[in-house]
Design a protein around this ligand. Structure first.
Ligand code: GDP
Ligand code: IMO
Ligand code: MG
Length: 439
């Protein structure tokens, strides 16, 4: 329960399968924050912000970057692909934005060319051996980079700044353990590291110290999650997940800010559901409804351009997200995508196809999940344009009824409603940094 009058440190986390509209929400809230921080994932993330008629697609960069005075931090839990970051920096500079306030943790692990190779090779093997075991990764080397981090044979951004003989020794040790990779020759890797150092060096710093100083100065920290709860390596639909903790806890482990410093956690949910890549998706609509959702929602991946799978809002997924993230509020996005439907469905729980037993919680076992089917409630659609509405009270009654039911099913209040990609297409029901003050 939120008690403090003014909140300083807020986590924004994806509460479904990613692409919930986290960047839009972060961009909105960043106006009131001092520091915007990414804490996990890497360039598998594709975060879109629409501002002043321009579209920005961020992969590593925090979505606070469009405010020149905010600090933007890439925390220690993020993995960095320097070549992708370089392109991202060039793009944002070309649009006239500065990255002077960008800081990258010296503890971030770096994706090397062989990580990308390994990611692609593993996907090919999975496809060849058993097509259903393919994960549908983004091919950005995310899994292998995290594997080497945990295996203690990774290279961190700060390692690139070590004296050449220190880095050489580290690479030699890595090669001795990873010798089977043809690309991992010492001269080649030294060259790669040199090139990566040139890209990263201007930004590398001790972000733990920076964040602790910011906390001491009572600055407002806004944590920008990547991916989503059901893609979390511990809580997602394993093995169809990413390789980091994309739930709220990742904001702490990936930055060095302790859990007691967090004041609120906001979960971003779409008013329906999408998933990109393989893996279970109980409320998926592989039919005309799914086509309409995909078309109206323009559901194509920001990073890979792949068509996203679509389905109805799933209350079991929502409650699970509320629980494992400890959500205080929901930021509900893409409500406008439902504007044309005569009827809208919400799954309230699952039912076993043989025993008819009711399941109210999301199971860990995918074979159990495969035997469950969603039980839907059908709500009346509002069939009118919501994209120009700026006050919650002005939403059509059927739309408000949908939101009310969604709150009940999710066990969490909706704090923010988004009806379009632009900043002004947002209704605030709570002042996130100051919940006791009316909006
Ligand atoms: P993220 O990865 O969670 O930041 O989300 P993405 O950027 O991958 O995907 C969300 C997409 O939906 C982006 O193209 C946004 O511009 C767009 N978007 C965000 N909020 C809304 C909304 O309320 N309505 C509509 N129609 N589009 C939205
Ligand atoms: P944002 O931050 C949606 C999915 C991939 C694949 C699985 C594993 O934009 O919400 P990986 O390359 O991470 O090993 O792929 O995770 N995935 C995402 N899906 N949004 C994302 O990020 C994703 N990042 C990874 O499609 O199914
Ligand atoms: Mg995305």
């Amino acid at each position: 329960m939120i008690q403090k009058e003014e909140l300083h440190n807020v986590i924004v986390v994806g509460a479904q399968w990613g692409d919930e509209g986290k960047a839009k929400v972060v961009d909105m809230l960043a106006e009131q924050a001092d520091v915007v921080i990414r804490s996990q994932g890497g360039c598998n993330a594709g975060h879109t912000v629409k501002f002043n008629g321009e579209t920005f697609k961020f992969h590593h960069l925090p979505s606070g970057l469009l405010y020149p005075e905010k600090w933007c931090i890439i925390g220690s839990g993020v993995v960095i692909a320097p070549e992708v970051l370089k392109k991202e920096l060039e793009d944002i500079h070309a649009k006239g934005y500065s990255t002077e306030n960008l800081k990258i943790s010296e503890r971030c692990h770096v994706t090397l060319p062989y990580h990308i190779e390994q990611d692609k090779r593993q996907e090919l093997l999975r496809t060849a051996n058993a097509p259903e075991s393919k994960i549908g990764t983004t091919g950005r080397g995310i899994g292998p980079t995290y594997m080497d981090k945990v295996g203690r044979i990774g290279i961190r951004a700060g390692d690139l700044l070590e004296p050449p003989e220190v880095l050489r020794k580290q690479i030699q040790r890595i090669i001795s353990e990873k010798g089977f990779f043809e690309q991992a020759s010492l001269p080649y890797l030294l060259d790669v590291c040199e090139a990566y150092k040139a890209i990263l060096a201007p930004y590398i710093t001790d972000t733990v110290a920076l964040l602790q100083d910011a906390l001491a100065q009572n600055k407002r920290l806004l944590f920008e999650g990547a991916q989503g709860t059901l893609l979390d390596v511990d809580f997602g639909t394993y093995p169809y997940v990413t390789s980091s903790n994309s739930t709220a806890g990742g904001a702490c482990t990936g930055t060095g800010v302790g859990p007691s410093k967090i004041d609120a956690t906001l979960g971003v949910m779409k008013a329906y559901l999408t998933r990109v890549g393989e893996g279970p998706f109980p409320t998926e609509q592989s039919n005309e409804v799914g086509e309409i959702l995909g078309e109206r929602g323009q559901e194509f991946g920001t990073t890979t351009g792949r068509k996203r799978r679509t389905g109805w809002f799933d209350g079991v997924v929502a409650r699970y997200g509320v629980e494992v993230n400890g959500l205080d509020g929901i930021a509900l996005t893409k409500l406008d995508v439902l504007d044309t439907f005569a009827e809208i469905k919400i799954a309230t729980h699952y039912q076993h196809i043989h025993t008819h037993e009711a399941y109210h919680r999301f199971p860990a076992s995918l074979s159990v999940l495969a035997d469950l089917e969603p039980v839907y409630e059908t709500l009346e659609g509002w069939q009118s344009d919501t994209t120009q509405i700026t006050q919650y009270e002005d939403l059509p009654p059927a739309c408000k009824a949908y939101l009310k039911r969604l709150e009940e099913v999710s066990h969490c209040p909706v704090w923010m409603v988004s009806v379009g990609p632009e900043r002004q297409q947002t209704m605030m029901r709570k002042n996130v940094f100051n919940p006791t003050v009316a909006v």
